[in-house]
Design a protein around this ligand. Structure first.
Ligand SMILES: Nc1nc2c(c(=O)[nH]1)N[C@H]1C(S)=C(S)[C@@H](COP(=O)(O)O)O[C@H]1N2
Ligand SMILES: [Mo]
Length: 439
């Protein structure tokens, strides 16, 4: 770590070089994800993949040793097409989150949207040959559409829709819950263009007994075994038939990144992002709750009644997660900001609330003793996140934490502590906070 302009406040640093300022914590330079850090955290598979060769004497390698081939480089580890600042949580399957300060854009750019893969994405995608089948016991007939058919036959809609992984925030549960240790960045709100799922299903004909839809994608199971789906989830008809539920081919007016589902995906804004099927190849209309991969067992479910931390919960006592809870982020400044005494600190970020809207955003600099109301914008459309901003005064020099807390349109507020422990570590919507030093 290099000392860097420790005497300067955030305003000067941002004025001089905003990109540089983004990389500082307490005025010191920190490297984002370097090849070094990456290898230290991940296993042999990653090392071998990065070296392009097996390590025959791997058993004798001291754990944590950095292969000499990389020991003197600090090149960032990059995912093609994605911002270098994304934090890689897993490399197989690829899981990467976006640090809060990189989510500052009103509309999340494609290179900054997180990636959550359960399996291996399809290769050699040919959009011209892509098809979507509509099947299941509750459609009147089976149908098949090419991408061109979808674009030609149905009206196009564009909505800004928030998608958040239900496991976002999992890293904070205690006792810890295995699987992706997301912090705050498994969320984003790009603009999606496509056709309404409702229009497509109605053109095929929905039977009266329909209760659920399920999706299938063209990614393959991590084990390499054929016939196993990595994930096949769905939503009740009421969510499937909403105006904003899209079969989308574009993100922010362009083809979406392969890692985010190119050339076609489902987008169910405000619900666990696991319901937004990527590389969409088939939709089934079901006369019962869809029973595809990760709809059964404990996946994407919460205990129907609260349980003590660490409890074992039986499947019959678990309920499927529907709308996501109210939540917010401080996207400017980055944690570790410094300002000079007497200066005001401008702050901003987003807030969202599943199917609901956000009615208020408050910030606190005294660990929640007092709160100050922020200004809050209306969403661009239903199910889009909302932008908030404020300006804070600090009473004098010292260490502060700024906490942000959103309230939804039903009056529910984010908790200041990690809420309801659950066996799979879902729905941690505790307040986001950043550190600020006044010098
Ligand atoms: N086909 C397919 N769809 C999928 C997944 C997947 O692994 N395969 N992951 C789901 C999960 S758990 C999440 S959180 C979102 C993530 O979307 P993103 O990678 O575009 O951010 O995609 C969902 N759709
Ligand atoms: Mo997810």
């Amino acid at each position: 770590m290099k000392n860097h302009n420790v005497s300067k406040g955030i305003h000067e640093l941002y004025k001089e070089n905003p990109e540089k300022a983004d990389q500082l914590i307490w005025g010191r330079e920190v490297h984002p994800i370097t090849r070094r850090g990456f290898l230290k955290k991940s296993g042999l598979w990653a090392m071998s993949a990065a070296l392009g060769a097996n390590i025959p004497f791997a058993d004798y390698m001291p754990s944590g040793l950095i292969p000499a081939a990389f020991a003197d480089t600090d090149e960032p580890f990059r995912i093609a097409g994605k911002h270098p600042g994304l934090i890689v949580i897993n490399d197989r399957p690829v899981n990467a989150e976006t640090p809060a300060h990189l989510l500052d854009d009103l509309i999340t750019p494609a290179d900054k949207l997180f990636i959550r893969n359960n399996g291996i994405p399809p290769e050699n995608i040919d959009p011209a040959a892509w098809t979507l089948r509509i099947e299941g016991e509750s459609v009147k007939s089976h149908a098949r559409f090419s991408l061109e058919d979808l674009k030609r036959k149905f009206k196009h809609y564009t909505y800004q829709l928030t998608i958040e992984c239900a496991g976002n925030g999992r890293s904070e549960f205690n006792p810890p819950v295995p699987e992706g240790q997301w912090t705050v960045g498994a969320v984003g709100c790009p603009e999606w263009t496509g056709v309404r799922l409702r229009d497509v299903l109605e053109s095929v004909g929905i039977k009266d007994d329909a209760v659920y839809i399920g999706y299938y994608g063209r990614d393959t199971h991590i084990s390499g075994k054929s016939g196993l789906e990595p994930i096949s989830r769905g939503v009740p008809m009421s969510k499937a038939l909403e105006d904003e539920t899209l079969i989308a081919w574009a993100m922010n007016g362009a083809d979406m990144p392969v890692m985010n589902g190119h050339p076609l995906r489902l987008v169910c804004g405000g619900w666990p992002a696991s319901t937004s099927g990527k590389w969409l190849s088939k939709i089934v209309v079901r006369n019962k709750v869809h029973d595809g991969a990760k709809m059964t067992g404990l996946s994407y479910k919460l205990p129907c009644h609260p349980v003590e931390p660490g409890a074992k919960v039986m499947e019959k006592d678990m309920c499927i997660i529907e709308s996501m809870p109210v939540k917010s982020l401080i996207t400017y400044p980055k944690t570790g900001a410094m300002i000079k005494a007497g200066q005001k600190l401008p702050l901003r970020g987003h807030a969202w609330a599943g199917d609901l809207s956000v009615s208020a955003v408050d910030t606190s600099i005294d660990f929640g003793m007092t709160w100050q109301r922020s200004s809050l914008q209306a969403p661009k459309n239903r199910l889009a996140w909302q932008h908030w901003r404020t300006e804070l005064d600090f009473p004098g020099p010292g260490y502060y934490e700024v906490w942000v807390r959103a309230t939804d349109s039903a009056g529910q507020m984010q908790p200041m502590v990690v809420p309801g422990w659950n066996p799979k570590g879902y729905l941690n919507n505790a307040c986001h906070r950043i550190a600020v030093k006044v010098i």
